[in-house]
Design a protein around this ligand. Structure first.
Ligand code: WTA
Length: 638
């Protein structure tokens, strides 16, 4: 088996980046074939790429056969068998951490794979994972990949209703979960949430329960099985299923501008090549480094840069169960010093939250091991960037501001740690193989510098989404129809005279709260389920820590009830329908919503009011009832 040699595709200078970039655009097939050669394929490809953004249809490494878990694990056994693959740090600093070498992780994944098989799961079956950040989450993910089952990981902060929606949409045959979960000072009854969700999910035959908290939970006879009991009965060797490069690897649900979250589908070969390539080059990982991405595996960042990217390159990846502020706001830095973390990758919202607690929480830590710092998930403001650079990076670590999306699978625009020029609030240059463009309202390309436009990508890269699960038309409409011949990101951006990109934020009806995406329609649907509510409209507004907060304008059916009670009831509805992360920050009761004569809500107006700029409402002459706007401005909460 071909051993992993990430150095073969490692870029070592900015000049080399420029050469590689040019090559990747002039000859994408040759370029990606030369990267892909470094992986283990059971059968080579016939063609590197076939694509058509009209349909849309994109295929990479056609007819090649492979298995990504084999590339993450088996391939390292000869040279890195005793190297640490995973370090797991529990929520409570008093509990002991756990480590797995590549050999140990290999056996654990094989064992889990056999438990899946024993319970009737095979190639193509969808398995939903709803779990805390414990090693078994990574192990189960890789076990699915090993036998060709499609994993659909649902962030364990979602409510039972949101979980049920996702299980139903994917017709999952199995759910993997745990008895309970620790997160900061909170204890969350994960298994109970799964039980509630399953009341409305017929497709699920078995639930595998991993023991974490040792709480007593209901185990439904015939359906629910303890992992540790099942694991005793199987071997720790399981052959890796032969997968086609274009077979589905996973589904990951994400919010869009319509009410229902969509299942973004990634396939095996392209995702493997691209996540490995970007991990190696963006973070400039060296063989004995320890890499830490603080995301949850329930989001794309965790998929690509806790699990797949690092393991594909034989890296040591750190996984943390807890939160940055518990038991105190020095928790991240304590972990960095404890293990000597070299690359640290987090979200602007975490940086801003820690900033608010003050620098004193950093004083007692040396942070000397750090070499590269990264951010992801939302635009980073200058103050947070400076704080990160000065207080965490001690003015010596480069920051990579990595722009990408669930749909892109891997990092698209970013500096390469220490090689590229840095400019605060700018993500920087596109990765090799990525051809971004800025378009105006009419779809004309903007060539001059410093002008804002719609960010689109003109060519396929290996880990572009292939479809939205069960609804290809939706994929086409959302990403390939706004501007013909381009993938539309939903983001606005601008480019400086040196060609560096700055991402401004979403231009569609998506709000980015603490790096979590929500569709405004999704939140409105939930609010409207509250019996007091006639209708509602939500928009984002600038929030000092979350980046964007959720501002809800609500029209009530009855006004007798105490307004605070109704606010609390609405928040409860959100917790039930989506989860605590979707709670609105501000709820304003309004007599009506600003609508056009055809009944369309004029969101632009509501957005301006929420941004504290009621003087800039623009043209309101098409409004059905302009008086409503005056009322809303009078009662505005910002
Ligand atoms: C935003 C997260 C500015 C953007 C990997 C994008 C960013 C959405 C950045 C995707 C960044 C992500 N600078 N904005 N470095 N990274 N975003 O799918 O609006 O959870 O469209 O993927 O986050 O969020 P998602």
């Amino acid at each position: 088996m071909k051993q992993a040699r990430p150095e073969a595709y490692r870029i070592k200078s900015f000049e080399e980046y420029q050469e590689k970039y040019k090559e990747s655009i002039e000859n994408p097939e040759g370029f990606w074939a030369s990267v892909a050669e470094n992986f283990h394929w059971k059968k080579p490809w016939d063609r590197v790429l076939e694509w058509d953004f009209e349909k849309p249809e994109v295929k990479w490494f056609l007819n090649a056969k492979m298995n990504i878990s084999e590339n993450c694990l088996d391939r390292h056994l000869e040279n890195r068998g005793n190297k640490l693959a995973l370090i797991w740090e529990p929520n409570d600093p008093k509990e002991r951490f756990v480590r797995f070498t590549y050999r140990e992780l290999y056996h654990e994944v094989n064992r889990f794979a056999n438990v899946l098989k024993k319970n009737g799961i095979g190639k193509g079956d969808r398995v939903c994972l709803y779990m805390p950040m414990i090693p078994e989450l990574m192990i189960a993910t890789l076990a699915c990949a090993r036998i060709g089952a499609v994993h659909s990981i649902v962030f364990a902060g979602f409510s039972s209703t949101a979980l049920a929606d996702r299980i139903q949409d994917a017709s999952a045959r199995m759910v993997i979960t745990s008895d309970g979960m620790f997160r900061g000072a909170k204890e969350i009854p994960v298994k109970r949430i799964v039980d509630e969700a399953l009341e409305s999910c017929d497709s699920v035959e078995h639930v595998i329960v991993v023991q974490r908290t040792r709480w007593a939970v209901d185990m439904k006879e015939g359906r629910d099985k303890w992992y540790h009991v099942e694991a005793r009965e199987v071997s720790d060797e399981c052959p890796a299923e032969e997968m086609d490069s274009e077979d589905m690897l996973f589904i990951l649900y994400t919010s869009g501008s319509t009410g229902k979250p969509k299942g973004v589908v990634h396939s095996c070969g392209g995702y493997m090549v691209y996540t490995a390539y970007t991990f190696e080059n963006v973070f400039q990982y060296e063989e004995s480094d320890i890499f830490w991405c603080t995301a949850d595996i329930g989001w794309i960042t965790g998929h690509s840069y806790i699990v797949y990217g690092p393991l594909l390159n034989g890296a040591t990846t750190l996984m943390f169960e807890g939160v940055p502020t518990w038991p105190d706001p020095g928790r991240f830095w304590q972990i960095v010093d404890k293990f000597g973390v070299n690359q640290f990758y987090t979200a602007p919202t975490a940086i801003r939250a820690l900033m608010a607690y003050g620098e004193e929480h950093l004083y007692e830590y040396s942070l000397n091991s750090l070499k590269v710092l990264g951010t992801v998930g939302e635009p980073i403001n200058k103050e947070a960037w400076d704080w990160y650079h000065i207080h965490v990076g001690r003015n010596r670590c480069p920051i990579v501001d990595t722009w990408w999306q669930t749909e892109t699978g891997g990092i698209m625009i970013s500096g390469l740690g220490g090689l590229s020029p840095m400019k605060a609030t700018y993500a920087g240059y596109p990765l090799p193989g990525v051809l971004p463009k800025l378009l105006d309202e009419q779809g004309q390309e903007i060539r001059e510098a410093e002008r804002e436009g719609y960010l689109v990508i003109a060519r396929p890269w290996p880990s572009i989404l292939r479809t939205t699960y069960g609804d290809h038309e939706r994929c086409k409409l959302t990403y390939f129809s706004h501007f013909k011949g381009y993938y539309f990101t939903g983001d606005g951006a601008k480019r400086d005279k040196n060609g560096m990109y700055r991402i401004i934020g979403r231009v569609d009806d998506v709000i980015n709260v603490s790096g979590h995406r929500f569709g405004t329609a999704e939140i409105e649907n939930a609010i409207n389920k509250n019996p007091h509510v006639i209708e509602s409209a939500v928009t984002g507004y600038p929030h000092p820590i979350k980046g964007q907060g959720i501002y809800a304008y609500v029209v009530l059916r009855d006004s007798e009830e105490d307004e605070e009670n109704i606010r609390a009831a609405i928040r409860e509805t959100l917790i039930k329908e989506i989860g605590p992360i979707a709670k609105p920050d501000l709820i304003q009761f309004v007599p009506g919503l600003p609508k056009t004569r055809s009944g369309k809500i004029m969101r632009r107006i509501l957005r301006k009011i929420a941004e504290g700029e009621p003087g800039k409402l623009g043209d309101t002459s098409t409004l059905l009832d302009p008086a409503v706007v005056e009322e809303i401005v009078k009662g505005a909460l910002v």
